[in-house]
Design a protein around this ligand. Structure first.
Ligand code: HEC
Ligand code: HEC
Length: 188
């Protein structure tokens, strides 16, 4: 099982000498999240260039089971809070590299209308200029964002951010994919 192997590697590295080991630790993250945290897999998020505060908040929420995940909850259990902060700092210093994905004009227009109304106050018009605490979304993978939005919408998933949860639940069923594809199409 690939996940068990990854967890094993992380546990093996999680020691007090981690400061110098952040590069090595980050390599285990990049196995899934891509070189420098720029993902090439459509259901895997890019993480390089997200804010330190956002990165460390989500990882600590997983560690304390405040937040649901499919994979990351198991991975962060092997990390100390200091290692989480060091990884958050490391990735926040890398550039955010959007992966703009082509989308049809009709979907783009539909997504844009919903974003103007419901999302841009917090994430910005193209997703590149978010409020403190909100992640960048421009050129994030649409497939991944659709999956995350469904988690915020589903009562069985623990997603602690109340306002984001409400914004996701206020979407109509047919609006989830267009907003994700709109932000995913933005190159800056
Ligand atoms: C086995 C593959 C895998 C590995 C290894 C991995 N991740 Fe993840 N990561 C995921 C998946 C899948 C998600 C989506 C959330 C979920 O379902 O777990 C994710 C989500 C994230 C997110 C949320 C991104 C966002 O935009 O909200 C962060 C931050 C993150 N991972 C950081 C890390 C760090 C740091 C490491 C190394 C310690 C790491 N990941 C290792 C698979 C992985
Ligand atoms: C009140 C501010 C606010 C509004 C409005 C809002 N968001 Fe968010 N959004 C956030 C915050 C803050 C987070 C991180 C929350 C967390 O830690 O769980 C987030 C997270 C996300 C994520 C997860 C990103 C990732 O990398 O995992 C997506 C996707 C997203 N928002 C899309 C949207 C869309 C689409 C809308 C409009 C329908 C929207 N948001 C409206 C504040 C907001």
């Amino acid at each position: 099982m690939r996940r068990a192997i990854v967890a094993g590697i992380l546990f093996g590295l999680a020691g007090p000498s981690a400061a110098g080991g952040i590069d090595i630790l980050a390599r285990t993250c990049n196995a899934c999240h891509g070189l420098n945290g720029v993902s090439v897999g459509h259901s895997m998020p890019s993480i390089g260039g997200l804010s330190k505060r956002y990165l460390s908040t989500v990882m600590k929420d997983w560690k304390t089971d405040k937040r649901s995940a499919v994979t990351m909850n198991r991975i962060v259990k092997g990390l100390s809070d200091d290692e989480i902060d060091a990884l958050a700092l490391y990735y926040s210093k890398l550039p955010w590299v959007p992966s703009p994905q082509p989308v049809g004009a009709a979907t783009l227009a539909a997504g844009k209308a919903v974003v103007n109304e419901n999302c841009e106050d917090c994430h910005g018009k193209t997703g590149s200029d978010p409020d403190v605490g909100a992640p960048k979304l421009n050129g994030q993978w649409a497939r991944y964002m659709t999956l995350e939005l469904e988690k915020y919408r589903h009562p069985d998933f623990r997603m602690p951010h109340r306002k984001m949860r409400k914004a996701a639940r206020d979407l109509k069923d047919g609006e989830v994919q267009p907003v994700a594809e709109y932000y995913g199409a933005q190159d800056r």
